[in-house]
Design a protein around this ligand. Sequence first.
Ligand code: FAD
Length: 460
Amino acid sequence: MPGAPIEQSCFWLARRQTGSRPIYEGPGEADVAVIGAGLTGLWTALFLKELDPDAEVVILEQEIAAYGASGRNAGMLSETVDHGHGLAIQHFGEAEARKLARLGEANVDETIAYLSERGIACDYEPTGRLVAALSASQVHEAQRSVATARRLGADGYRYLSREEMRAQVDSPIYFGGVEVRGGGILDPVKLVDGLMREAERVGVRIHERSRVESVRRDGAGVELRTARGRLRARRTVLATSAYTHQILPRIARRFIPLYDYILVSEPLTPAQRDAIGWRERQGVIDGRTFFNYYRLTADDRILWGTSEAVYYPGNRVDPGCDHSPAHYAALRSSFRRHFPALTSLDFPYAWGGPICSTTRLTPFFGQALGGRIVYGLGYTGHGLGTTRIAGRILAHLALDRWSDLLDLRMVRRKPFPYPPEPFRAWAVAAVTRALRRVDEGKRPSALLRLLDRFGIGFSS
Ligand SMILES: Cc1cc2nc3c(=O)[nH]c(=O)nc-3n(C[C@H](O)[C@H](O)[C@H](O)COP(=O)(O)OP(=O)(O)OC[C@H]3O[C@@H](n4cnc5c(N)ncnc54)[C@H](O)[C@@H]3O)c2cc1C
């Protein structure tokens, strides 16, 4: 239902079967308050209880669990923590990039083991993924990415020729590609619901429709205010991703909120499936900066998304950004270009969701109010896996426990800041135009070369 409220227009949320959680009624107390019931909030709460089973942990969610990106994403679980091995080398050096590559792979294995141990059914399929090259220069880039991955010890990467790529998924516009073993596809809302049940089983209290209006210092801890009460906590974790500046305005300099948009089709008929192959059901992305990402759902629909994300000036993140007819039209036409055999396919679901990006395209972590608040955000479009690592980091920070993860450069260093408004909107528009030209096969402009020299990126 394009244009409808997110609970109806987002395929995953519209099919959800779960009860609601009570509104928070104060006053109350907790050891740790977690703001946001997305994947970061839930993983953090689970790790908090693992580290300290007696800790009183309360999650406050402004709408419903999975209301943010965690319920609206494409459900492609990957080992990517660093937005790409080349980028990790550029930002953190080769030894650290190798560490991040290993961390990402282990994280996917541990996630899958956890889901199976706890009986969390979220339609997970271990499909791996494909990266499609759509031009000769992207073929070159694909071959380079395989070599870089192998150099870092990630040996699940294999270059595919045009014929091999089309034997996997039959699009006439493919020039070649990369096959990546590991990871797969899942239903993100079923994942959130499963983690939520598990969190409640170990004693975490979850409240929905309980927006935190303010967090302020209160003695050695903090006081959170919602419409219906106050909660005193020793520590607070902001698991609020692209919304974080609405609670902690000064953090806006370190990230930009961007909206990504997605379509989901009606189920394919057997003849339509045959026309495009796709027997291994891998998630697919392509090699452009503003790439399409796509996958099959459990009932054989095509989910078709674009990373050509929109920045709404003033760092807007609200329901007014949930739909973009212009993006839906562009998505339909890019789909027809990829799969001319399926031009009549209808897309009854369409929606957008807020992603949180940084200039280095990897997350960052920090503390405010003298350590009473801890935060972690900025996963770009790779949060499905990375939120679990972030949850572990945030739980250790909130309980003052040591973990090797706290020593990662990604955790110790903050990304280069973005300019404030009104320059921010202008800069994002200028960089978007320049990147679009690169995607059209033109040479990077002076602006991009300059940003590259400072290690500043822009993408969802
Ligand atoms: C369209 C789209 C496609 C994507 N595809 C993929 C993919 O295929 N693979 C992948 O790895 N990643 C993907 N991502 C990224 C991934 O979904 C996110 O990185 C991840 O879900 C972030 O989780 P989070 O819990 O940090 O944030 P969110 O899920 O956004 O959760 C933040 C929560 O905080 C709540 N909140 C905010 N303010 C308050 C407040 N004041 N009081 C109480 N609650 C508050 C919000 O309502 C929200 O529920 C995609 C994202 C989008 C938008």
